[in-house]
Design a protein around this ligand. Structure first.
Ligand code: NOJ
Length: 507
């Protein structure tokens, strides 16, 4: 999700950073490892529609998008979205046209459990996901399911959502149902998508609260994830043989100068180390720097204890190592410098006040349809290198990477973005990073949260004006298909878009 709070920086900031160039400029064709899986991703609220059909109850996004006055750009909502609730066969056909190995999609909790609890299972919802899974498997495409991609049952939100400690059980109960229903056929599971956006953006965007509920939420997310992981590991893995991880939003943060290295590290630890460290580091627990900074500020603000709730020693052990892989959602990079005057710039207490650094992007960097999403492929290289070094080279799936435009089928800027980022990814693979899969965001245009349908991330265009929600491949779809088919990144490949994209044999 776009970080509204950062937008201010882009306008306000005056420090101009050195314009970095890609770490290695190469344009010869490069091979991906044979074992590399390629895929595309979507999420339930963003594509399904059918918001109140067949027994589904409301999620928080049904609630948010129906608010009056509206708060989403253009007053858009996901009531129909790309209508994938009815068009899933066409979706699978598109995946076959691309020749993908994996399709990452999410389950709508309220379509399966309308009360939010497992007291009642909605058969129609189950049937929908069974249809998708079976259709994928028919063509040898592996489903990768995200259990939670932000559409929390509204009923659970009214009980406190991710700030009620009972949600650890609510989430585990829901996950159990999903493993029971689909785990015989689904071998890739992601518990939670982008906890940072759920916690920080969720509380800041919706409730204008930051610096307390977001930290409670972080702890609950980690416990819910870990309990679900252990449940799968003990009760389902022996018979289902799947793999289960978590997906984090991981922008890279580059210091403006050497003196700012600590500030950039602070931002990284607050933004995603807070989720990665407890799971992937040797010591576990929240990052030391995050614990110290929040504790010191909290005491000076008159709180009797840190606003960051501590883990017990047992919880630290429960969370540590609770992932088979790390899912990386990566789009862009920002610059960071230390500026004590950040005190007073933000409300206190707040998340950004706790961080104590300024974050911005270089205006000379190539942009996109979202102002905060600039094209910085060297940041992807640095991010993946850092993860390899800090967390002892964990298995990684790139679960999202992509580029927003304002529309059009000739998306050369998106093609260039994918090529540059894949080039950086090949660099880290050569240096030993264990990257098992690459999943593009997104298979098709969809509801982009607070900016609705105003920006387009799809390999396939969706015509939101037509009742059929017609899908048409963009140039990037043709190029990606060739990358997947040949396992080769060739900067010189030019597709012929007059030829139908078609389905290759074996798909
Ligand atoms: C991350 C989120 O997981 C996804 O839902 C969103 O559409 C993309 N980023 C693009 O902002």
């Amino acid at each position: 999700m776009i970080k509204f709070s950062l937008l201010l920086f882009y306008v306000a900031c005056c420090v101009s950073a050195e314009n970095k160039t890609s770490n290695i400029e190469r344009h010869e064709a490069r091979k991906f490892p044979e074992s590399m899986l390629f895929g595309a991703a979507t999420s339930s609220y963003q594509i399904e529609g059918g918001w109140n059909e067949d027994g589904k109850s409301e999620s928080i996004w049904d609630d948010i998008t129906h608010m009056e006055p509206c708060i989403v750009l253009g007053c858009h909502n996901g009531d129909v979205a790309a209508d994938s609730y009815h068009l899933y066969k066409r979706d699978v056909e598109m995946i076959r046209e691309l020749g993908l190995d994996v399709y990452r999609f999410s389950l709508s909790w309220t379509r399966i459990l309308p009360t939010g609890f497992p007291d009642r299972i909605n058969e129609k919802g189950v049937e929908y996901y069974n249809n998708i899974i079976n259709e994928l498997l028919k063509y040898n495409i592996q489903p990768m399911i995200t259990l939670f991609h932000w559409d929390l049952p509204r009923k659970l939100e009214s009980l406190g959502g991710w700030s009620n400690s009972l949600i650890v059980d609510w989430f585990t109960d829901y996950s159990r149902i999903a493993f029971e229903l689909f785990g015989d056929r689904v071998k890739y599971w992601i518990t939670i998508n982008e906890p940072r956006e759920v916690c920080y953006s969720g509380y800041d965007y919706r409730y204008n609260m930051s610096g307390y509920p977001d930290y409670v939420c972080a702890k609950m997310i980690l416990l819910a994830h870990a309990k679900t992981f252990h449940m799968y590991d003990k009760e389902y893995r022996p018979t289902q043989n799947g793999t289960i991880g978590i997906t984090l939003s991981t922008p890279f943060y580059e210091p403006v100068s050497e003196e700012d290295a600590e500030a950039a590290e602070d931002v990284i630890q607050f933004e995603w180390g807070i989720y990665a460290n407890p799971i992937f580091s040797k010591s576990g627990d929240f990052p030391q720097s995050v614990k110290e900074k929040i504790a010191v500020k909290s005491l000076s603000q008159g709180f009797p204890r840190s606003r960051l709730p501590a883990f017990t020693p047992e919880e630290i052990e429960l969370v540590k190592g609770s992932s088979d892989f790390l899912g990386i959602n990566h789009y862009t990079t920002s610059l960071v410098y230390r500026n004590e005057s950040v005190n007073g710039y933000y409300a206190s207490p707040s998340y950004y006040d706790d961080i104590g650094a300024m974050i911005y992007q270089d205006n000379s960097w190539e942009g996109s349809a979202i102002s905060s999403l600039k094209v910085v492929p060297w940041g992807f290289y640095k991010l993946l290198t850092k993860i390899r070094e800090d967390y002892d080279n964990p298995p990684i799936y790139i679960t999202e990477n992509g580029f927003p435009t304002q529309g059009g089928l000739e998306d050369d800027d998106r093609v260039a973005y994918y090529r540059k980022y894949l080039d950086s990814m090949l660099d880290v693979i050569e240096e030993g990073s264990d990257i098992k899969g690459y999943i593009a965001w997104s298979l098709m245009d969809n509801f982009e949260w607070n900016v609705g349908y105003t920006v387009k991330f799809g390999l396939f265009e969706v015509d939101f004006e037509s009742p059929e929600r017609t899908r048409t491949p963009r140039k990037a779809a043709y190029v990606y298909k060739e990358i997947v088919r040949t396992h080769t990144l060739d900067f010189n490949y030019e597709p012929d878009m007059n030829v139908a994209i078609g389905i290759d044999e074996g798909h």
